[in-house]
Design a protein around this ligand. Structure first.
Ligand code: ZN
Length: 114
């Protein structure tokens, strides 16, 4: 289970931003997470609530997660397709020259506070 490590790194990012922006309280943290990271939202919230209790100014903070589904693009025919299983060949032309163009995201999108 890697949600704990991910939430910890989100907190590190938020904390470094927070000191620069001089936010006393954080109200909302929005993270964008690609589905290829296979995080369980409930575990993310659980770790977030667990860790925020240790940090002053996070008492009312909530975590919002925006998921991005995985998309494969073919270098051969330029088609894009939603990746449904671990098959990385193009569904249109069968080429193996594909790359994942969405679904690997993992970043803090926005922080709200005062
Ligand atoms: Zn193709």
């Amino acid at each position: 289970m890697h949600e704990g490590a991910i939430v910890r790194s989100l907190f590190n990012i938020v904390e470094s931003y927070r000191s620069k922006a001089e936010l006393k309280e954080v109200h909302k943290v929005k993270a964008v997470i690609g589905e290829l990271h296979q995080v369980v939202d409930e575990f993310m919230s659980m770790y977030f609530d667990f860790m925020k209790a240790e940090i002053e100014g996070f008492e009312n903070a909530v975590l919002e997660i925006e998921k991005r589904y995985p998309v494969l693009r073919c270098d051969n025919c330029k088609e894009t397709d939603i990746l449904k299983e671990a098959v990385f060949t193009c569904s249109k032309c069968n080429s193996g020259r594909t790359e994942i163009i969405q679904g690997n995201e993992l970043y803090v999108d926005s922080i709200e506070g005062c």
